[in-house]
Design a binder for this molecule. Structure first.
Ligand SMILES: *[C@@H]1O[C@H](CO)[C@@H](O)[C@H](O)[C@H]1NC(C)=O
Length: 157
C-alpha cells in the first residue's frame, strides 16, 4: 500500500515537474513593486530550471522590461531586449539556461529595487529514485521524464 502510494506520488511529481513550475516573482502571492521587496534574495532562494515560468503581478504604474546585463546594472530600460510588458500580469517562460535580467521601467523604480536577475539551469534527466522494482508494484514508466530538483550546483558563480 505504501509502495503504491509512493509510486503514485512519484508519477504525480514527475508530471508536475515535466510541466515546469510557476514562480510568482517576489514569493508566493508576491508582487512586482517598488515597496521594499528584495527580489535578488527571493531569486537566489530558488533553483530555476528550463521550463519554469516567472509570473510578474503588478499594478498598472509598473511594467516589466527584459534588458541586457549592462542595462540591468545601470537601471536603463530604454533598450529592452523585447517589447516592454505591461498590463498587470506578465508570464515569462524560461526556455533556455543562462541568465536573464528584468527591471521596471517606471521612473526610478529600478533604483528602488525593482530589478531581478534570473539564473536558469538546464533540466537534469535522471531516473526516479522512489520507484520500487518489487513484482507487486506496477512497472516503472520508462518513458516518463523526471528530474531532480535537489541542490544543483550553480554555475558561473
Ligand atoms: C502555470 O500557470 C499557467 C498560466 O496561468 C497555467 O496554465 C499552468 O497550468 C500553471 N502550471 C502549473 C504547474 O501550475
Amino acid at each position: 500500500m505504501l509502495k503504491a502510494f509512493l509510486w503514485l506520488a512519484t508519477i504525480a511529481m514527475s508530471i508536475n515537474l515535466a510541466l515546469g513550475v510557476n514562480y510568482t516573482v517576489g514569493g508566493q502571492n508576491g508582487r512586482w513593486t517598488q515597496a521594499g521587496i528584495n527580489y535578488q534574495t527571493w531569486a537566489s532562494s530558488i533553483t530555476f530550471l528550463v521550463g519554469d515560468n516567472l509570473i510578474f503581478q503588478y499594478s498598472l504604474n509598473h511594467n516589466v522590461n527584459e534588458v541586457s546585463k549592462e542595462d540591468f546594472d545601470s537601471c536603463s530600460a530604454s533598450n529592452p531586449l523585447q517589447p516592454r510588458f505591461t498590463g498587470g500580469t506578465t508570464i515569462i517562460t524560461l526556455t533556455t539556461q543562462g541568465s536573464r535580467y528584468f527591471i521596471c521601467g517606471t521612473s526610478n523604480h529600478c533604483l528602488l529595487g525593482m530589478k531581478v536577475e534570473i539564473d536558469t539551469l538546464a533540466t537534469s534527466e535522471s531516473p526516479p529514485t522512489l520507484i520500487s522494482s518489487s513484482p507487486s508494484s506496477p512497472p516503472p514508466p520508462n518513458t516518463t521524464p523526471s528530474r531532480e530538483r535537489g541542490r544543483l550546483p550553480l554555475f558561473g558563480k
